[in-house]
Design a protein around this ligand. Structure first.
Ligand code: GLC
Length: 427
């Protein structure tokens, strides 16, 4: 066997956060949140979204755009009041296929937004004379001045479309609709996907105060009930993926150096689906002393961990598809490493929740509540849900009993429709 056990142990140790370290991360998270809220230097921008929790009485048909994950989605959503809704129709297209790439330097703002406008033409076919208000779930850090105006601060998740950073994204979108003769679509609102998730949760679980995306990217928002200079009481998009008070391993540093934006999104690069596979690739290359770096994805990681047998023969199939034939015993060790990466991710996500809960509850007790989480990692990756829960107990002790993390799917479309309903009331 090529794997040296001592070397494996030392990599896994480097990727392990104990209870005390977790508590420190949670405290540092709260500290950085509060620095940013006071307008002081912080690793997180804590962006005001200019929207609060919904009433459930929002009504009407709205268009929703979901831009920021693996797929673009155009939706027609009907809000019926009394927290009832229906996704009437949806068109979804991947951002990257073998034929085209809409997220790298070869794309352009015009090309991407024209592509989106074409998706809405397909969605509405024949109904182009009716006026529709559209809510835009744009899942990147954006500085807002109101519910419509949001300028993209910086691309994350390895997106690199030229001509969008610094721009008002809704202006780019509206211009594309106008170019395509779809001026009947009025873009009225923009929100982050975490905010969309929290708005959606507010419909069904009104005690929810935190919205989380645990997918390609990783981020949280929460309802900030205290207004401050220049900011109303509103949902705050934390951009917690940019938190930088975690101790990175040498593998995290390697990954960061080779990324689109070195030095940025340090938490996200340790936690999210876009990056975890890369951490596995780097560590396996080292362990097996491979000339070339293999290309594991988060989906491969799930495949490896789904096999819980001692011989790990299914896990071996997933691994050998990337690295060639394995020697006996190697697959089970690589599975241990995969688990260490996944479990660290879940524990960091739980520490973020604890930091937010401490901030929201101040000197009081943590209120009974749900935490709304959406995303492929939380939904599908083995070991994640139970380790989020376990870490919450380690950090919060019995107070964790007040908190129920839950998977709530497809918030982006409904959240965007709710935001459009709120914004179009004032038109
Ligand atoms: C990245 C984005 C953030 C988004 C998250 C989840 O962290 O910067 O805005 O919420 O991914 O999609």
């Amino acid at each position: 066997m090529r794997i040296n056990e001592a070397q494996l142990k030392s990599i896994i140790d480097e990727l392990t956060l104990d209870k005390e370290q977790l508590k420190e991360v949670a405290s540092a998270m709260r500290f950085d949140m509060e620095l940013a809220l006071q307008g002081r230097e912080s690793s997180m921008p804590m962006l005001c979204s200019y929207i609060g929790m919904p009433t459930g009485q929002e009504k009407g048909e709205f268009l929703a755009l979901d831009f920021g994950g693996t797929n673009l989605r155009a939706e027609l959503v009907s809000l019926k009041g009394d927290c009832q809704y229906e996704i009437v129709k949806m068109v979804a297209k991947p951002l990257v296929t073998e034929e085209y790439n809409l997220i790298n330097g070869s794309a352009s703002a015009e090309k991407v937004f024209d592509f989106i406008a074409d998706m809405f033409a397909e969605l509405l076919e024949g109904a182009e004379n009716k006026t529709y208000y559209l809510g835009h779930t744009f899942s990147f850090p954006s500085q807002q001045t109101d519910i419509y105006n949001a300028r993209l601060l910086v691309w994350t998740k390895e997106f690199a479309i030229p001509g969008v950073e610094g721009e008002v994204v809704n202006d780019l979108l509206q211009a594309a609709f106008d170019r395509k003769g779809l001026s009947n679509i009025k873009v009225v609102a923009v929100i982050n996907d975490t905010v969309a998730e929290l708005l959606t949760a507010g419909y069904q679980y009104p005690d929810t105060q935190i919205g989380c995306i645990y997918a390609t990217g990783s981020n949280n928002c929460y309802m900030e009930r205290t207004a401050d200079v220049g900011r109303p009481a509103a949902i705050i998009n934390m951009e917690s993926g940019s938190f930088n008070k975690l101790a990175p391993s040498q593998w995290d540093n390697k990954l960061d150096e080779a990324s689109e934006k070195p030095g940025r999104q340090r938490l996200e690069k340790m936690v999210s689906g876009r990056y975890m596979g890369e951490l596995l690739s780097l560590t396996v290359q080292h362990l097996l002393n491979l000339q070339e770096k293999p290309e594991f994805t988060a989906i491969d990681m799930s495949g490896i961990m789904a096999d819980t047998t001692a011989v790990a023969s299914d896990a071996a199939k997933v691994i050998s598809a990337k690295v060639g034939a394995l020697e006996p015993g190697e697959a089970a060790y690589i599975r241990d490493l995969t688990e260490a990466i996944a479990i660290r991710s879940a524990r960091i996500v739980a520490a973020c929740f604890a930091g937010i809960l401490w901030h929201v509850s101040g000197s009081g007790k943590i209120a009974d509540q749900h935490i709304a989480i959406d995303g492929s990692v939380y939904e599908h990756m083995p070991h994640i849900k139970e380790n989020v829960q376990k870490a919450l107990y380690e950090i919060l002790d019995e107070e964790a009993g007040a908190v129920t993390p839950m998977l709530l799917k497809d918030g982006s479309g409904l959240g965007a429709a709710i935001a459009a309903a709120v914004a179009s009331k004032n038109i």
